[in-house]
Design a protein around this ligand. Structure first.
Ligand SMILES: Nc1nc2c(c(=O)[nH]1)N[C@H]1C(S)=C(S)[C@@H](COP(=O)(O)O)O[C@H]1N2
Ligand SMILES: [Mo]
Length: 246
């Protein structure tokens, strides 16, 4: 376990510390092969069936840290905030038999789960939050993935200063983990814009960058190789591991 954590965090913090090197490494097939080997080992040792530890109310960090790309400020997002996300729709599409477009009220009407779990950022800080929302598995099952479906891709509303959107992905197995949720609430309140309102993925079994904020579309795919730079996520495209299990 400790050894595995070392593998996961050692590589990633090296990249955090030197982003120009990270970019060069990203073009290096050998480096990706090396990361891929560590990732397979991690997956084999830990698997995805284990549960993340759940904490009690007194462990909650009421001032949950904000991190990552800036909160969207485009006209669409400003409009959502202004109308309390009434015009927002969470689209579920791709390799599914039944495409979906959920209002926030529709998501609130589904069975809700609450979990107090720790968010571990690859940069080396953690925070414990109380998250509530719908199980991602329920939303995926309602869409009826086709036989060729393997991954779930989360398209977000924020972009970096190059204009590149944030995105993430999970395999269908991890998407059905009971603690993997589309979170609508943090610490007894509706999610605020800075923490990813109105819908934010929470994956307490994986490092923080997998927990995509500001999700607008969930695309079920057979492969993520043709999306963006092909590594399954915004940070993965810059060299971080796709399987970021903790
Ligand atoms: N859309 C989007 N999701 C994101 C990020 C981001 O930049 N954009 N950053 C990730 C990282 S690295 C972390 S640590 C957490 C931060 O979440 P918080 O602001 O709620 O602490 O969001 C993750 N999800
Ligand atoms: Mo992070």
């Amino acid at each position: 376990m400790n050894r595995r954590l070392f593998i996961a965090t050692g590589i990633s913090s090296a990249l955090t510390a030197c982003s120009p090197i990270g970019t060069a490494l990203n073009d290096n097939a050998g480096f990706h092969h090396f990361l891929g080997a560590a990732q397979s080992l991690n997956h084999a040792v830990i698997g995805t069936r284990g549960l993340a530890r759940e904490y009690s109310e007194r462990d909650i960090d009421w001032n949950f840290r904000v991190n990552g790309l800036p909160t969207p400020t485009d006209a669409t997002y400003e409009q959502y905030v202004a109308d309390h996300f009434r015009s927002y729709r969470l689209v579920v599409d791709g390799a599914v038999e039944r495409r979906g477009a959920y209002t926030l009220d529709a998501l609130r009407a589904m069975p809700q789960v609450t979990e107090i779990t720790r968010h571990d950022c690859v940069e080396g800080w953690s925070a414990i939050g109380k998250w509530s929302g719908v199980r991602l598995g329920d939303v995926i099952d309602a869409a009826r993935p086709r036989a060729d479906a393997r991954y779930v891709v989360f398209h977000c509303m924020d972009r970096d200063d190059q204009g590149t959107p944030y995105y993430e992905s999970l395999d269908l197995h991890e998407a059905h983990h009971p603690q993997t949720i589309l979170s609508l609430r943090l610490n007894n309140a509706d999610l605020d814009p800075d923490h990813g309102a109105p819908v934010r993925l929470r994956v307490p079994t994986q490092l923080g960058y997998k927990s995509a904020k500001w999700v607008k579309r969930i695309e079920v795919v057979g492969s993520y190789a043709n999306l963006y730079s092909g590594h399954g996520g915004y940070w993965e495209d810059q060299g971080y591991e796709w399987y970021a299990g903790i």
